[in-house]
Design a protein around this ligand. Structure first.
Ligand code: SF4
Ligand code: SF4
Length: 412
């Protein structure tokens, strides 16, 4: 048995504190799936209640667990700190009898698909957008024909960095490391480029993590814990090596951050305590530096004006870090910030891609889409790349990352 296999299966499911549940049902009120899907038993029943049965016999694991988005809003609401989402996620991964099919493998293999797609772009994007391709994906793969598949970049972020930024980074006296994530590398490089520009303007050089790989979240979401473990082991080792030279590791993706900090431990059962606290979202790092008087925000373009509607992604809620991104945006002269009510967009990684989930995913997101339409903002801002995908497709709004806004605002 491999080291990865061993680690996942020796951790008991009951490590996830189900016995702390006092059956108040508050979690059910905050569950976005329970609000629209009568077939979902809800967090209390699917989580701590069901766990009592599953511990007696794993046969009590039923398919309705797949309806959970792993948004963790139930955990944020629970007054007794029950790790409800983790309980459900582990039960799905540990007890599922289904072998992952082609769709699951394709959606989870972000590095492999990204490497191929970016070499074939723009032809790859054109093929993806064809009606016949959408129809084929719908019928043969189960990826909904209405879903706007993310496009791929012509040049990966890593290649852009090597060509345009790598050489000058050693000229800065302070350094930070950057875990960019797959989406920045293969799909939307703009937040990564903005991150490098902003950090340089703030006086920090940027080092990339050596041989960074996907954080593993898509493999967990698509029922492949062993693959996720392999990636988690790899990334933890690379992060340990990097942090010996550059102790501060920054990120721009809320989901990668949350996965490395929390899911590696609570879902995959890995000891990540030495790495966890070294990783922070860039917005949190910058905000704290400014608040502590260690950094002054450089001058902003005198005519910069932007009305922003800020959307707090589910994993930002779980991290408790929306405050940092929204407060940093508020510090930018010329920004008018509208805090949207904290609501799930319904996308949840690759959940909303799937034919069986697509309609439900939009139904979950509808209250948020309505709030965005009513806000009449110039842009929506969020820290999650998949929320961006969903909001843009559902509302037509332009969606940016907070670091992109900061990069736009800072004077040259
Ligand atoms: S909110 Fe927490 S304590 Fe209340 S029912 Fe849900 S899991 Fe149990
Ligand atoms: S993780 Fe989200 S979708 Fe799943 S049970 Fe909790 S609140 Fe509901």
């Amino acid at each position: 048995m491999s080291k990865a296999t061993h680690n996942f299966f020796i951790s008991s499911i009951s490590d996830n504190n189900f016995e702390q549940c006092l059956k108040c049902s508050i979690c059910t009120v905050y569950c976005p799936v329970s609000a629209v899907e009568p077939l979902f038993p809800g967090p209390k029943q699917a989580g701590p209640d069901g766990e009592r049965y599953r511990l007696k016999n794993p046969r009590f694991t039923d398919d309705s667990l797949k309806l959970c988005l792993n948004c963790k809003r139930c955990e944020v609401a629970c007054p007794h700190d029950v790790r409800i989402g983790d309980i459900i996620q582990r039960a799905r991964l540990q007890n599922s009898k289904h072998k992952p099919g082609i769709r699951a493998r394709l959606l989870a293999s972000t590095d492999l698909v990204g490497k191929i797609a970016t070499r074939l772009t723009p032809a790859f994007n054109t093929i993806l957008s064809l009606k016949t391709t959408k129809e084929y994906k719908h019928r043969m793969l189960g990826i909904d024909r209405h879903f706007a598949f993310p496009t791929y970049a012509r040049v990966t972020f890593e290649k852009w960095f090597e060509k345009n930024a790598a050489k000058k980074q050693s000229g800065f006296s302070q350094q930070v490391a950057y875990f960019h994530g797959c989406h920045v590398n293969y799909n939307d490089t703009a937040p990564g480029i903005a991150f490098v520009n902003v950090m340089n303007k703030l006086g920090f050089g940027v080092t990339l993590i050596n041989d960074e790989k996907c954080c593993g979240n898509p493999f967990m979401a698509n029922g492949m814990p062993q693959k996720a473990l392999k990636l988690a082991f790899h990334n933890l080792n690379q992060l340990r090596l990097t942090s010996q030279q550059v102790p501060i590791v920054l990120t721009t993706s809320s989901t990668c951050t949350f996965t490395i900090r929390d899911e590696y431990n609570f879902v995959l059962g890995l000891d990540n305590h030495d790495v966890r606290d070294k990783i922070s979202l860039a917005t949190r790092f910058i905000y704290k530096k400014i608040e502590d008087g260690e950094l002054i925000l450089p001058p902003v373009k005198p005519d910069f004006k932007l009305r922003i509607a800020y959307h707090s992604a589910c994993h930002m809620e779980k991290l408790g870090w929306s405050f940092y991104s929204s407060s940093l945006l508020r510090m930018i002269p010329g920004v008018q910030l509208i805090m949207l009510d904290s609501l799930c967009c319904g996308m949840a990684g690759t959940y909303g891609f799937k034919t069986e989930n697509y309609r439900r995913s939009l139904k979950i997101g509808e209250p948020l889409f309505q709030a965005i339409r009513e806000a009449e903002a110039d842009v929506v801002v969020t820290d999650c790349e998949m929320c961006k995908q969903q909001i843009e497709a559902a509302t037509g709004a332009r969606v940016l990352h907070p670091i992109e806004v900061l990069a736009m605002a800072l004077d040259d």
